[in-house]
Structure formats: structure tokens, C-alpha cells
Design a protein around this ligand. Structure first.
Ligand code: PMP
Length: 446
């Protein structure tokens, strides 16, 4: 494949943008990232004219793939043509909010913002105001955006900022515990319970090689929050309207969080975030309440139109059946390939999420492949081999992932998410042929 145009764009970018990109992970595929020219269905075409099957799919927002169905395209174009935004309310915000409140059981009210990060920032502020407490309990290996309260590593006894630029004093208000470890969460509550404003958790950890919750884990967190008067915040930025259909992951798991953060799919490919939940909490945001929250672009009409049309399209078409079926087919095919060629590695994911991680977390590498990633599906013979914690996944051979990503997969025309730990995403634009071609490429690569 010729990459002259991508290489030359990257050279130019390096002198005017830090690392040549506008979001860290995009620079991961060295020596230069693919610069995209345009998307088509489940594919993208790069600046050199190379076509790829695209499993990045915008890192989650593009549930429908790169082609906007006709009503979505028409809605976006007419909203843009009517003057893109006003800084004043418009009808489409109300319609979108009503749609989400109608479909997500725990959401009675919603505030739209412009990114998942903004959503989790505001959710933490809200929980702190509601409870008049400071501490947020998070999961090791979880990701909640580029924000001060959650860019924290270490453990409950020794939390530290995970990046330069965050004061240690901020990290001291964050309690990282291992995911899927009910005892660790209980111990943290026993020590700090009176100070814990909220538990902030991804229903499925999708930024850490995809880690599925063990049975009863979220119920346990719900009980701890109730016992100690803390709020349960589900970060559904990735899982929202992808896992569990229009009810989101919370309806699939049967959990009633106090607050939910959204992003990605609800903007239909445009910048978005949202904080939803019980009226008594969400109404605490200004101007109805006392927790300051604002944004010039929040509820942007083009975004709202794209998001609402996307969700309506999902409600009227078999989008979830399609993406979940292809996800299952990818994971099963990949499990068979891994069993033959690389039994020391693990296929993870559920629904329309999939990933190959270069580690065997636990269990018996000779056992039958777990057909559904970390999901406890009937007949799953090797569930104990799937990762249960972020720390299981961080043992993965990241240098090996870099070699798989490029040259092996990229040069075979398959684009995967740029680092070892982030999920790949199946879209409605993908086909059975895309899955088959991808599996063939994995087979050759492994
Ligand atoms: N929460 C989760 C679970 C995420 O995966 C992400 C981003 N992938 C965010 C929050 C932050 O969203 P954004 O990048 O839109 O700020």
C-alpha cells in the first residue's frame, strides 16, 4: 500500500499540532497514522486512496457506519442550512430529551453537553453537590474522559494523578478499586463511605480490552451506594444505545443508576455528551438548581438532529440484531483462529464490541474457547479464562499489538482501534463479507 499522502500530512501536522493529532490515541499507529479522506458504509478510504474495513467507527459514535441514512442526512443538512446554532433553545433539543427519557428507564431528565468528558465532569460535580461529599470511587482501568477527577491511578490507599498537570490534592478525592472485586469496593466504603459522593463505573469496561462485569457486581455497587447514601453513576458513553438496545446497558443488567452519562451515539457522529437521571438530581443543575453547568454549544441543533434521527432509525430498523450478530460472528471466528494459532491470547467483548488481547488472563489455555468474550453465555466452557480486572489486561504484550495493528492488519486493509486496550466497534454499515475478510486477515496475521 502506498501511504505517501498520510506520511506527508503527518509531517506537516507534527509541526503545528502536538504529536500531530488532536486526541492522544490517534498517534499510536506509528510511524504515522492513516489520514482519512472519507467513509463509506463500514469502510474508510485514506488520503492515498487505500480502502480499509473500519472497525474504529469513530471510536463508538458511528453505530450506523459512515453512511447517513436518508432521513438523517436530510435532518442534518436542513438544520445546518437554517443557521447552525443560536445560543437559544430550539425544538429539536426537547424532542431528543423526550426520546431518551422515554427509552432509558432511570432517566427522567437530561442535560446535553458536548463530549463524554464534559458529561462525567458535570456528573461528578452534581454528585458532590447532592451528597455534600468529595470522594468519587472509580475502577482501575476505567476511563471517563480527560478530566481531573478520574485521571487517577494507584489504589484506594495511594491514589495518584495519572498525568502531569493534576495536583495530588485532586487525586486524593478519587478512590480507584479493582473492577469486579466486590470485597475491594466494600472495604473502600468501610474506610471512606461517609465521604464517598459517588461510584462512577462503566457498565462494561470498554477502554481496557473489554471487561464484562461478573454476575452480581453492579447489584453489589448499587447496594453499597444505598447503604452509604452515595450516588451510583453509570458511564454509558460507550455502552449507551449500543449495549442493550434503546434501554442501554442498565436495562440489560437490570440496574437503576442515579445518574447516567452519555456521549458518542446520541450525537449521531457529531460532538455530544449528556447527563441524565432522576429529576431530583438533574434539577440541581442551574438554572433550576444551584450546581453551575453551561456550554455555548450544548444542545447544538445539528448534533441533536443527527442524534435523534440515529436513535429513531435504530428504533425502526434491526440495527441491534445486525451489529450484535456480526459481533458474535467476529468473536466466534476469532476464538477459533486464536485456538489454532495463538492459544495464549484472549478474545473479549460482547454485543457489537470485540477485541483480541495479547494475554491469557487466567484459567486453562487448553480449555474450550469462550465463545462470547467475557460474557457468561450458556455453554461457555472457559469463562474463567477471560479478564475480570483491568490489571489482567495490562499484562498484555503491547508491542505485539503494535505489530498486529501495523503492518499486519493495516496493510491487509483492516483498521482496528489504535491501541491494545480500546474496543473495536461493529456498525450497521458492516457486512458478513467484512467479517469474513477480517477473520481471514487475522488468520494470516496471527
Ligand atoms: N467515558 C467513557 C466510558 C469513554 O469511553 C469516553 C471516551 N471514549 C469518555 C467518557 C470521554 O468521552 P469524550 O472522548 O467524548 O470526551
Amino acid at each position: 500500500m502506498n501511504h505517501d499522502a498520510s506520511r506527508s500530512l503527518y509531517d506537516r501536522a507534527l509541526s503545528v499540532m502536538p504529536g500531530g493529532v488532536n486526541s492522544s490515541v490517534r498517534a499510536a499507529p506509528q510511524p504515522y497514522p492513516v489520514f482519512v479522506d472519507h467513509g463509506e458504509g463500514g469502510h474508510v478510504v485514506d488520503a492515498d486512496g487505500n480502502r480499509y474495513i473500519d472497525w474504529v467507527c469513530g471510536l463508538g459514535p458511528l453505530l450506523l457506519g459512515h453512511d447517513m441514512p436518508e432521513p438523517l442526512q436530510a435532518a442534518v443538512q436542513s438544520r445546518a442550512a437554517e443557521g447552525p446554532m443560536y445560543g437559544m433553545p430550539s425544538d429539536i433539543e426537547v424532542e431528543h430529551a423526550e426520546f431518551v427519557c422515554r427509552h432509558v428507564p432511570s432517566v427522567e431528565m437530561i442535560r446535553f453537553v458536548n463530549s463524554g468528558t464534559e458529561a462525567t465532569v458535570s456528573a461528578c460535580r452534581l454528585a458532590r453537590a447532592v451528597t455534600e461529599r468529595n470522594k468519587i470511587l472509580v475502577m482501575q482501568g476505567g476511563y471517563h474522559g480527560a478530566q481531573e477527577s478520574t485521571l487517577v491511578e494507584g489504589d484506594a490507599d495511594d491514589p495518584k494523578p495519572s498525568t502531569a498537570g493534576i495536583p495530588q490534592a485532586f487525586a486524593e478525592h478519587t478512590i480507584p478499586v479493582p473492577f469486579n472485586d466486590p470485597e475491594a469496593a466494600r472495604e473502600a466504603f468501610e474506610t471512606h463511605g461517609e465521604d464517598i459522593a459517588a461510584v462512577l463505573v462503566e457498565p462494561i469496561q470498554a477502554n481496557m480490552g473489554i471487561v464484562y462485569p461478573v454476575d452480581g457486581y453492579h447489584e453489589h455497587l448499587r447496594e453499597l451506594c444505598d447503604e452509604y447514601g452515595s450516588l451510583l453513576i453509570f458511564d454509558e458513553v460507550i455502552t449507551g444505545f449500543r449495549v442493550g438496545g434503546l434501554g442501554c446497558a442498565q436495562s440489560e443488567f437490570g440496574i437503576d443508576p442515579d445518574i447516567t452519562t452519555f456521549g458518542k451515539i446520541i450525537g449521531g457522529g457529531f460532538p455530544v455528551g449528556a447527563i441524565g437521571g432522576k429529576t431530583e438530581y438533574i434539577e440541581r443543575f442551574t438554572p433550576s438548581g444551584d450546581v453551575f453547568q453551561a456550554g455555548t454549544f450544548s444542545g447544538h441543533p445539528v448534533t441533536m438532529a443527527a442524534g435523534l434521527e440515529t436513535l429513531q432509525y435504530c428504533a425502526e430498523n434491526g440495527v441491534y440484531d445486525h451489529v450484535d450478530r456480526l459481533g458474535q460472528k467476529l468473536r466466534e471466528g476469532l476464538s477459533d483462529i486464536v485456538a489454532d494459532h495463538a492459544p495464549e491470547y484472549t478474545v473479549v467483548g460482547s454485543h457489537s464490541l470485540f477485541k483480541l488481547v495479547f494475554t491469557r488472563a487466567e484459567g486453562d489455555p487448553q480449555g474450550d474457547p469462550c465463545r462470547n468474550g467475557c460474557r457468561q453465555a450458556p455453554g461457555c466452557g472457559r469463562h474463567d479464562a477471560c479478564p475480570k480486572r483491568g490489571t489482567d489486561v495490562t499484562r498484555a504484550e503491547t508491542d505485539r499489538y503494535a505489530r498486529l495493528f501495523r503492518p499486519e492488519m493495516r496493510e491487509r486493509g483492516i483498521l482496528l482501534s489504535q491501541n491494545q486496550f480500546e474496543s473495536n466497534f461493529v456498525s450497521y454499515g458492516h457486512t458478513d463479507e467484512d467479517v469474513e475478510e477480517t477473520l481471514e486477515a487475522y488468520k494470516m496475521a496471527l
